[in-house]
Design a protein around this ligand. Structure first.
Ligand SMILES: [Zn+2]
Length: 235
């Protein structure tokens, strides 16, 4: 009886430890179990990609497009299928301005313990909406919260698609616009992929930071490219 109890306790400890480790690994920006994950592109050139996640929203699409137009910058938007459907016409505007579009799933759920058929449906439905809006080039993929375990990376690698994450995420560390700008200028390197959220009213500090970040990085000699352009210039 005692042996059984000890055995059970050992099993429990191992189970909890493995679960905890897998959970930590699932959030990694730099590791996944199958296929290629790209937090930053290895390049000797001073090129970078600015990326915006979520949306397209009705509140903020016009505002961000105007800033990007005035600063003459092309960026990459990772959009969700649900938001494309909810806000018809917004994605078309983004595409018309020459920005790149990536797939950020349909429902923006954590892609952790999800079935293969769920993964496929999240990706395929969103791809279809992106194409329907007029996007004809390659669609890269970014998981919400960078969360993935087995089924998602397996599906992506089978379909020859890369997981695009990021190496500069100022919002994780600071809140105020000034700090977001400083953090970004400080951490950006050749081939960096910068993540910001600007699509909702709650992200006013991030929106305020976009123009100074663009100008500051240009001053440092960086040139803005879309994600697929930076990928194509890998060393
Ligand atoms: Zn997101």
């Amino acid at each position: 009886m005692k042996k059984l109890l000890v055995g059970f306790l050992i099993f429990l400890v191992v189970f909890i430890t493995v679960s905890f480790l897998l959970f930590q690994v699932s959030k990694s920006r730099t590791f996944q179990f199958f296929g290629e994950i790209v937090p930053r592109v290895e390049t000797s050139q001073k090129i970078i990609a600015l990326t915006f996640d979520d949306g397209p929203s009705r509140q903020k699409t016009d505002e961000i497009l105007q800033i990007l137009r005035e600063e003459n910058v092309k960026v990459t938007f990772y959009v969700t299928g649900a938001e494309i459907e909810k806000n018809p016409g917004e994605l078309e505007k983004i595409i018309a301005e020459g920005h790149e579009i990536g797939n950020h799933t349909f429902d923006h759920k954590k892609m952790l313990l999800v079935s293969p058929s769920y993964v496929k449906s999240e990706i395929v439905r969103t791809d279809e909406l992106i194409k329907k809006a007029g996007w004809t080039n390659e669609i890269t993929f970014r998981p919400p919260y960078s969360t993935k375990l087995f089924t998602l990376p397996f599906y992506l690698s089978k379909n020859n698609r890369k997981t695009i994450t990021w190496d500069v995420e100022p919002e994780t560390y600071v809140e105020k616009s000034e700090d977001l700008i400083n953090h970004t200028l400080d951490k950006t390197k050749n081939g960096s992929i910068i993540l910001l959220h600007i699509m909702y009213n709650s992200r006013a500090e991030s929106m305020k930071s976009v123009r100074p970040i663009i100008r500051g990085l240009r001053e440092k000699g960086f040139e803005f490219k879309t994600v697929s352009e930076v990928l194509a210039m890998e060393n």
